[in-house]
Design a protein around this ligand. Structure first.
Ligand code: MRU
Length: 345
């Protein structure tokens, strides 16, 4: 994504890999619809897009809204942006950052507030990129030479502001070790692994093999996976991890086969206000995504469908969480609290 001439430009991830097209958002409503339709997706990416959405609401309010209604308009846009997808904490995190930037600034003049909102969104954009680079350096140390790494969904540059979390660790590890190999789960129903992860990795020449989701257990049983590396949409205070549907299944398989299961995420994905994973709201998406893909349909229209977009992996199945503050081994309420207080080594 990029901020260009007062607009947010988003690479349209719904069209990849067959078409590279951009969507231009000039209003916060357009940002909300881009997030809901997954033009932009991935927890850190929707957080930063949401921050730009708040800035766009400010620009709109400056031009079209009475000065007395400026803050009402801005607050309304914040509510809509925060509610556009429920599971990733990064959206509410980014909106709260934007709110505290203007409320803590002491500025009242709308023009000055809008300038502040634009620069705060740019700051969050830059800081997400730096977090990815930092956590990737920590994570790369955990990747043995020649590792065969299973990943699920897309936690790459596309899902963030660049470099990526799980794929960021892989990118950084690959700089030193050209023999590593990625096994990408297809990730039904929206195929983020098949469409996006393979696209990102093959562009950079990182060896990648695509499998369907139901093949992971077989490859583990045949000793063809050395470690699992995934991203996160929200980590509860006790270390439970919400991530793309199917992650829990992979974690159970990894435990069965004694394979390390790593989660990579920036600190902004850790939600200390949510005590355990049970309290995380799991987005349910449209039945059409399960009945077929794009214009193809392979199930009868009248069949009952469930389509939870995420699941929760209990902390006990997570070997470590790789963050920009360091690696939390065996995550728990106590170990996460230590990192939050900054007293880790
Ligand atoms: O529904 P999506 O594609 O937005 O889900 C994305 C994921 O689950 C990613 O693994 C997660 O957001 C981490 S991205 C760095």
């Amino acid at each position: 994504m990029r901020w260009f001439e007062g607009c947010l430009e988003l690479l349209d991830q719904t069209k990849l890999p067959s078409e590279v097209a951009y969507v231009r958002c000039t209003t916060s409503d357009e940002v909300v619809s881009a997030i809901k339709s997954m033009v932009v997706r991935g927890a850190p990416a929707i957080g930063v897009a949401g921050a730009y959405g708040v800035a766009l609401a400010g620009i709109r309010a400056l031009n079209d809204v009475q000065e007395a209604d400026f803050y009402n308009f801005l607050n309304g846009a914040c509510e809509q942006i925060a509610a556009s997808r429920p599971t990733a904490v990064n959206l509410t995190w980014a909106v709260e950052r934007m709110r505290s930037a203007w409320s803590g600034s002491g500025l009242r003049e709308p023009r000055e507030v809008v300038d502040l909102l634009v620069s705060e969104a740019k700051r969050l954009h830059q800081s997400d990129f730096e977090s990815n680079k930092r956590l990737s350096r920590y994570g790369a140390k955990l990747v043995p030479k020649g590792a065969r790494i299973l990943t699920h969904c897309n936690a790459g540059a596309l899902a963030t502001t660049g470099h990526g979390t799980a794929l960021g660790v892989i990118r950084t590890a690959f700089e030193k070790d050209k023999t590593l190999h990625v096994i990408a789960d297809e990730t039904r129903p929206l195929l983020q692994g098949a469409r996006l992860t393979t696209w990102e990795l093959t562009i950079e020449g990182i060896p990648t093999t695509l499998i369907t989701d139901n093949m992971a257990g077989h490859l583990m049983a045949k000793s063809e996976i050395d470690l699992v590396l995934v991203g996160a949409d929200r980590v509860a205070a006790n270390g439970d991890v919400a991530n793309k549907i199917g992650t829990y299944m992979v974690a159970v398989l990894a435990a069965r086969h004694n394979i390390p299961f790593y989660v990579a995420c920036p600190w902004s994905s850790i939600d200390l206000k949510t005590v355990t994973g049970d309290a995380i709201i799991i987005e349910e998406r449209d039945a059409g995504e399960v009945l077929g893909y794009s214009s193809l349909r392979w199930a009868p229209d009248n069949v009952r469908v469930r389509n939870p977009a995420f699941d929760v992996t209990p902390a006990e199945l997570v070997t470590a969480i790789i963050t920009d503050r360091g690696v939390i081994d065996g995550p728990s309420t106590a170990s996460i609290r230590v990192f939050n207080q900054g007293v880790h080594t």
